[in-house]
Design a protein around this ligand. Structure first.
Ligand code: F6P
Length: 352
């Protein structure tokens, strides 16, 4: 009997999503002769009448789709859709299994949803934040780090020309992986991540040291989730009421300017970290994840999440990772590397 499966992207988009949809489609159709449907706009495509779904064929991917950022299926990161309607939509499709591509938040939602609806589920981790538990690399992360590193490459000459301290604010809602990795790769002097407390005084001292060593400029990377010294988060409220992290770069920039008299400028990198063309590594992981997810369905192994561990693809129990966040630990080898390079990476977090 031909199996019928579906795939959807959920939460914020990132680079590599089209590549994973392609891999799952090729595997499902060519190897197993199944039908595979793409659900549009995350779970929202299951809530419309008629359902907003498309049948996927390997020929859909003959063009340049897998090289492109974004998700051609669309996604949704706004709010929590009604479980009942989504489950109703899923039942209407008479599917044998669902592949959900999402970050830690989406995994939690999809777990509840698929448990309630008794839906056979396999998850694939994607998030530029790279904070999915037990998974070394999420789709989209490598590209985001590349974009942030390129930004530092472009900020350095202008920083040197004007004798400035340039602050680059990067994404990372709960975790500092993008900041830490791009900061090291891009030659930053200061890297601030939400996992490690910092003091403005220590940053100022570090800049004074750079100055007294004869360098006229500095690069500072700060993750958007870093808190102000009073413990509050820097946020913006959009006119529809949604609140997002933003503004910690300006806060740090002003404080440093005041304390050191080093002229500062702030760049908020924002969504360009998500929309770039996927790097080779993101396409590679996406391809491995897509094939593995379909193979899990063929073996009727459900409630699993495909992960990257020890330079290869494997899978873990959905239960063990849903709703958990992989943050930067004090014993992260890259903290040692940063410190070894003389980068200020905040202080040891006594709470962790
Ligand atoms: O979780 C991924 C992420 O890109 C975060 O790094 C960022 O804080 C957030 O999504 C932005 O969300 P939105 O696309 O809703 O602005």
């Amino acid at each position: 009997m031909v199996k019928k499966i579906a795939i959807l992207t959920s939460g914020g988009d990132c680079a590599g999503l089209n590549a994973v949809i392609r891999a799952a489609t090729i595997r499902a159709v060519n190897k197993y002769k199944w039908q595979i449907f793409g659900i549009k706009d995350g779970t929202l495509g299951l809530m419309t009448d008629p359902l907003n779904v498309v049948e996927l064929k390997p020929s859909n991917f003959d063009g340049n789709l897998m090289r492109m950022g974004g998700t051609f299926l669309g996604t949704n990161s706004k709010g929590y859709p009604s479980h009942e309607e989504v489950i109703k939509g899923f039942k209407k499709m008479e599917l044998d299994a669902l592949i959900g591509i999402g970050g830690d938040g989406s995994m939690k939602i999809l777990k509840t949803l698929t448990e309630k609806g008794k839906i056979n589920f396999v998850g694939i981790p994607k998030t530029i934040d790279n904070d999915v538990m037990d998974n070394e690399l999420s789709i989209g992360y490598d590209t985001a780090v590349d974009v942030a590193t390129n930004a530092l490459d472009m900020l350095q000459p202008t920083a040197a020309s004007h004798r400035r301290a340039m602050i680059l604010e990067v994404m990372g809602r709960d975790a500092g992986h993008i900041a830490l990795n791009s900061g090291i790769a891009g030659g930053a002097d200061v890297i601030l991540i939400p996992e490690r407390p910092y003091t403005i005084k220590a940053i100022a001292k570090h800049i004074e040291k750079i100055r007294s060593n004869g360098r006229n400029h500095a690069l500072i990377v700060v993750a958007e989730a870093v808190k102000k010294e009073d413990g509050s988060k820097a946020t913006v409220k959009y006119i529809d009421g949604q609140i997002r992290l933003s503004g910690i770069g300006s806060y740090i920039g002003d404080k440093i300017y005041k304390m050191t008299n080093a002229e500062t400028r702030v760049t908020v990198l924002g969504h360009v970290q998500r929309g770039a063309q996927p790097t080779h590594r993101d396409r590679l992981i996406a391809s491995a994840f897509g094939v593995h997810a379909v193979d899990l369905i063929a073996q009727e192994k459900f409630n699993r999440v495909v992960v990257w561990q020890n330079r290869g693809v494997t899978d873990v129990d959905l239960e063990s990772i849903a709703g958990k966040s992989k943050t930067v630990r004090d014993n992260d080898p890259l903290i040692k590397v940063a410190e070894g390079l003389g980068i200020y990476v905040g202080e040891i977090n006594k709470v962790l």
